[in-house]
Design a protein around this ligand. Structure first.
Ligand SMILES: O=C(O)c1ccccc1NCC(=O)[C@H](O)[C@H](O)COP(=O)(O)O
Length: 219
């Protein structure tokens, strides 16, 4: 077994939190984006976060959130990290880190080689990077679309911050994704669901077991 750290994103029920804890997830994500089938209110997330064991880091995912939303989320939910999943600028990342005193993970969408410089840019201001597939033009959601990008684009590349691979990962392909990219952390949402927004405990367990199964090449 390796030491890959897994984030399960889009938890909305107590049984999802229990499944993550049972299977050994390192992070659990709560989505504060009303259009998402995984959206929760700060009060719902608080109840879920209070159920989480100490070893499960609680991440709040927001999209171009203003201070009012971030104030409400951070005042209500016991959190370990903020995930900015919109088009937040590097300046906004710096501002959010300073205002809330929480580590910030910046999601960056990748579709082609041209998207890679943004990773270097955000690595200068964020605590972690989430390297995700870029959504299709006009997509309703900026993430959680079950879409992969070409993993060869980041194979062998490194950044001066911890990073997480995301986008279209499933129990079936996560081992291959880790082998190709050398990721030490992976994130999944729709790949462990039975329907949009409905997490499946069996798939969460299968995903984490598959991610942790093989020795990881640190490229
Ligand atoms: O999951 C959502 O509904 C969502 C909504 C708005 C912004 C981001 C969202 N998810 C981001 C995540 O962290 C996902 O885990 C990541 O994009 C991978 O999703 P998937 O391809 O479905 O595994």
């Amino acid at each position: 077994m390796n030491d890959i750290r897994v984030k399960i994103c889009g938890l909305s029920r107590a049984e999802d939190v229990a499944a993550c804890a049972e299977a050994g997830a390192a992070y659990g994500g709560f989505v504060f984006f009303p259009k998402s089938p995984r959206a929760v209110t700060p009060e719902q997330a608080r109840a879920l976060a209070l159920e989480a064991p100490v070893g499960l880091a609680k991440v709040a995912l927001v999209v171009n959130a203003d201070d009012a939303l971030l104030d409400a989320v951070t005042a209500t939910v016991p959190l370990d990290m903020l995930q900015l999943h919109g088009s937040e600028t590097p300046e906004r990342v710096t501002e959010v880190r300073a205002r809330y005193g929480l580590p910030v993970m910046k999601a960056v969408g990748v579709a082609t080689e041209d998207d890679l410089p943004k990773l270097g840019l955000y690595a200068q201001v964020a605590d972690q990077l989430l390297i995700d597939a870029k959504p299709a033009p006009g997509a309703e959601l900026p993430g959680g679309n079950g879409l992969s990008f070409d993993w060869r684009l980041i194979a062998g590349r490194r950044w001066p911050r911890p990073w997480m691979l995301a986008g279209g990962l499933t129990p079936e392909n996560v081992g291959e994704a880790i082998r190709m990219t050398g990721a030490a952390q992976v994130d999944v949402s729709s790949g462990v669901e039975s329907a949009p927004g409905v997490k499946d405990a069996g798939r969460i367990a299968d995903f984490i077991a598959a991610a942790k199964a093989d020795p990881v090449p640190r490229l």
